[in-house]
Design a protein around this ligand. Sequence first.
Ligand SMILES: C[S@@+](CC[C@H](N)C(=O)[O-])C[C@H]1O[C@@H](n2cnc3c(N)ncnc32)[C@H](O)[C@@H]1O
Length: 297
Amino acid sequence: MNDVDTGAAPDLAAALWRIHRRPGRPQAWVGGGNLPWNDPAFSARMLREHLDESHGAASRRSAERAAQIDWLWARLALAPGKRVLDLTCGPGLYAVALARRGCQVTGVDFGPASIAYARQLAAEHAVTAACNFIEQDVRTVTPPAASYDAALILYGQLAVFTRAEAAALVKTAAASLQPGGRLCIELLDQDRVDKKQSTWWFTDDRGLWGDAPFVHLGERFWDDEQALSLERFYTLHLETGQLDEVLLCDQTYGVDEMCGLLQAADCDLVDVYPAWDGLPLPDAAEWHVYVAQKSIR
Ligand SMILES: C[S@@+](CC[C@H](N)C(=O)[O-])C[C@H]1O[C@@H](n2cnc3c(N)ncnc32)[C@H](O)[C@@H]1O
């Protein structure tokens, strides 16, 4: 065996025991159930992932976004001067693209690095006047009523909220639309969500979970009764012995349930597009896109 200077922190053993003695199945939503997007260090690391064109895990790659923007432009009847609300806008990659086409865009996200980047991107493209980026939890926003032509909740983010929070957010988004305005929600296709219980681990020196050597372990559970996926992540930081634990819940919805949620929010026409309506996205088959129209009554 080679001698390796591990520089190991004394707390490592304690952290390993904590993992060993972890409770069984995690309880849904305990401690929030979302990634720590609003933690400044995590947000800065996540921003690297958003901008990394080698994968589309945090934001889709630019060519894929361009295809989505064309599709949204047509389906949401967008045009220069239209007002768009992008809830969970991340680093503003969609919002700034829409502003460059002449829309007035409000983006809301609670990731500090993402919002800072979105503002910088808007400035780089000289569309600062057309963009308003707000660093806030979308569950607490109160956009002015009947003032937008379109609202977006993209890349499955409605799923990280409890059913009650999601219903409230859909109502908030719909209330922000003027009559005939369109609400676009992208959600994982419930039938295609991974429901197998599984575990995994990997090591790295730098990545989403840390900027110094770490071991990352994960487990996935499926709650059939609630149609909910639970992922528990442990990151063990080798230089310090610090152990981070994160629970991520993904609430899934069948098409009928989501259409009901939209109708309860005063949307009377709901179009459902399985597999991103055939757009050439590598993961298109996993998604349903809902486009709902705010009642004109
Ligand atoms: C997968 S990213 C997608 C970002 C963007 N829609 C895109 O596709 O580039 C999810 C985003 O949701 C944001 N988010 C998650 N929960 C949120 C909350 N409660 N309030 C505000 N933003 C939230 C995260 O900060 C993150 O930027």
